[in-house]
Design a protein around this ligand. Structure first.
Ligand code: PGA
Length: 248
């Protein structure tokens, strides 16, 4: 039985004052059925982990460097995220792939670095609108999944997030059939490659998830939770998403 996961990605949003939103998520997160994660900007991780202490909310980073240390100005290692209080890190978000030219090989190397530091990697995959419209979605997802997921992936150290690029921050959401098709395809690929571990890995849907569409998305086969951007910034919205997952 896979535990559900409600994951928030604050992206480049949030300063100390916004930790009041995190505080206001603690009661909603205190559920037995659903894991809750908030990935804050790196400078907030250590304060966020103090804010979340004693609650069911885990804190994560949004990226890490593949290397353990060295001359990489502005980058952050997996060990530094752990030191600041993180338990998870997002790797391969489409905004990293597009803005920073991250390839599948780079995403796999970052995920391996996460494993080496006992962080859970939330590995993101997703097709562009042009790839969707030209019928390449499953090819693209299959290639990204194979190339971005290290051989050492297990049910405990890896979460997969399917996030169609065209659905992120746009208010556009795939049909439930489209979500099911991709999630079932990812599950089949994971099970074929990783056996029981592949069956145990959570697969999140991400892209314009909000309180009003969460319940129907969470009812789709092989959707084990959500990676939520905009609607994770406000406790009222994110709490409603946690509740929708808790009953699904
Ligand atoms: P969104 O972002 O919920 O604002 O669409 C999702 C994501 O990029 O993780």
């Amino acid at each position: 039985m896979r535990r559900k996961l409600a994951a928030g990605n604050w992206k480049m949003n949030g300063v100390t004052a916004n930790l009041s939103e995190l505080s206001n998520m603690k009661d909603a997160a205190d559920t037995k059925q659903t894991d809750v994660l908030i990935c804050t900007p790196a400078p907030l991780i250590s304060r966020a982990s103090v804010t979340a202490e004693g609650s069911n909310i885990a804190i994560g980073g949004q990226d890490c460097h593949a290397n353990a240390s060295g001359a990489h100005t502005g980058d952050i290692s997996a060990e530094m995220l752990v030191d600041a209080g993180a338990d998870y890190v997002i790797t391969g978000h489409s905004e990293r792939r597009v803005d920073h030219g991250e390839t599948d090989a780079i995403v796999a190397a970052k995920s391996s670095s996460a494993y080496a530091n006992d962080l859970v990697a939330v590995i993101c995959l997703g097709e562009s609108l042009q790839e969707r419209e030209s019928g390449q979605t499953l090819d693209v997802i299959g290639t990204q999944l194979a190339g971005s997921t290290p051989d050492a992936a297990t049910a405990d150290n890896t979460v997969i997030a399917y996030e169609p690029v065209w659905a992120i921050g746009t208010g556009k959401v795939p049909t439930l059939e489209q979500i099911a098709e991709v999630h079932d395809f990812i599950r089949a690929g994971l099970t074929e490659r990783f056996g029981d571990d592949g069956d145990g890995m959570r697969i999140l849907y991400g892209g314009s998830v909000k309180p009003s569409n969460a319940t129907e998305i969470f009812a789709v086969s092989n959707v084990d939770g959500a990676l939520v951007g905009g609607a994770s910034l406000k406790a009222d919205d994110f709490n409603a998403i946690i509740s929708a997952l808790d009953v699904s």
